[in-house]
Write a protein that binds this ligand. Structure first.
Ligand SMILES: *Cc1c(COP(=O)(O)O)cnc(C)c1O
Length: 398
């Protein structure tokens, strides 16, 4: 099939495409993880990661998918019977809640319609009511990857402070880190959870906890058992550049390269690029006459755009036809919005032409699947991007 030739367009919101530089870095021979050479790499990636989380506090790295780091945040800070406050932003918030529940945590889930981020006012109201200070943690997903809504973490911090509540603040940045502005220290987040395969442009397999002093103190007295995820062991040995068990050495080579790439572009430029591409994607969706799932303009995700299908058109059938005809993978609707929503990822290595290629695939796919729409979405995205694009050509090597 001629349409399957050339590069596959991977436009799911993670894993994101892996830059060639990172693939080459990962392809190096493995080394002894107890050697002095490894300790240099270990120090580089452990210290270097702090810049991306915007923290001076410890960041630990697990050889695990993001789900592992979710679990690590819970088992290192909470005790069975604790009550935590979470917001139902979408499928990922629901999954994190499920993990907490399995560990005997009582979760108060502020209901949501999956079309916006967590509501700071609702969080403040609930915390203000909690005179007995029963709630031990507030847990929020920064970028809800199932819907394309980004919660306002700085405002949620303010809400917690306005209520004068001592709860720990834990944030899932698995799909926002290195794509959306995020500040672990400034926003006084106690545990930031993240993963490798989204904004960090790495394969799946690494995940992270950035840990505040308050969270580290909580981990000395909390009652949930853990072994593999234990922070105390990890933080102690990380100080020397080593890990308590075999780390994912080759992924750490990749992480070192990813951190270098982010530093070369500059984090603020990375964030601006994601916002610019997301805005162009939304213009295309609106021109097609389709609806963006996120309804709050202040919370549109820079990472992905969730698109509602017209009633009685199945999103998965559309995605299947588009994949078969144009060799592009789009994200499926998850949980409550399965079959009703598809998602366009524009994160990580994405640039203007990659986005326009993806949007072309979507526009042609809508026609091929007989989904009612207006044409001209790609044209509208081009018009928006023209003149906005910063110099994007390869830089001359000195
Ligand atoms: C991808 C993702 C996860 C799950 O991470 P895995 O690596 O699949 O375990 C959790 N939360 C968010 C917000 C995500 O985007």
């Amino acid at each position: 099939m001629s349409a399957q030739q050339g590069r596959h367009f991977l436009h799911i919101p993670g894993p994101s495409p892996i830059p060639d530089r990172i693939l080459r870095a990962i392809a190096m021979p493995i080394i002894d993880h107890r050697s002095a050479e490894f300790a240099v790499l270990g120090k580089q990636v452990l210290d270097g990661s702090k810049a991306v989380f915007k923290t001076k506090q410890p960041v630990v790295i697990y050889p695990a998918s993001g789900t592992g780091a979710w679990e690590a945040a819970i088992v290192n800070t909470l005790s069975p019977g604790d009550t935590v406050l979470m917001a139902e932003t979408g499928h990922f918030a629901t999954l994190w809640k499920q993990i907490a529940t399995r560990f005997g945590i009582e979760v108060e889930f502020i209901p949501g319609d999956w079309r916006r981020g967590a509501d700071p006012a609702a969080i403040e109201a609930r915390l203000s009511e909690d005179k007995a200070r029963k709630i031990t943690a507030v847990m929020v997903v920064h970028n809800e990857t199932s819907t394309g809504s980004t919660s306002r973490i700085a405002e949620i911090r303010k809400a917690i402070d306005a209520a004068g509540h001592p709860a720990l603040f834990m944030v899932d940045t698995i799909s926002s880190l290195a794509s959306v502005d995020y500040r672990h220290d400034e926003w006084q987040v106690d545990v930031t959870v993240s993963g490798s395969q989204k904004g960090l442009m790495l394969p799946p397999g690494l995940s992270f906890n950035a840990i505040s002093e308050k969270a580290l103190a909580a981990s000395k007295t909390n009652k949930l058992p853990r072994s593999y995820w234990d922070w105390q062991e990890m933080v102690k040995i990380n100080a020397t550049g080593f890990f308590p068990y075999t780390p994912a050495t080759n992924l750490l080579y990749g992480l070192k390269e990813a951190l270098a790439m982010l530093q070369e572009e500059g984090l603020d430029n990375v964030f601006a690029r994601h916002k610019r591409l997301a805005a162009a994607c939304r213009v295309a969706v609106e021109t097609w006459g389709l609806e963006v799932l996120c309804q709050n303009p202040a919370e549109h995700s820079p990472v992905l755009t969730g698109v509602l299908m017209p009633p009685s058109h199945d999103a998965d059938r559309f995605r299947k036809i588009t994949l078969e005809k144009y060799n592009i993978s789009l994200g499926s609707g998850l949980g409550k919005v399965a079959g009703k929503v598809f998602r366009i990822g524009h994160l990580g290595e994405c640039n203007e032409l990659a986005l326009l290629g993806a949007l072309s695939g979507v526009e042609m796919g809508l026609a091929a699947a007989g989904v009612p729409h207006r044409s001209g979405g790609v044209q509208a995205a081009m018009a928006m991007l023209e003149g906005q694009t910063e110099a994007n050509a390869p830089k001359a090597v000195a």
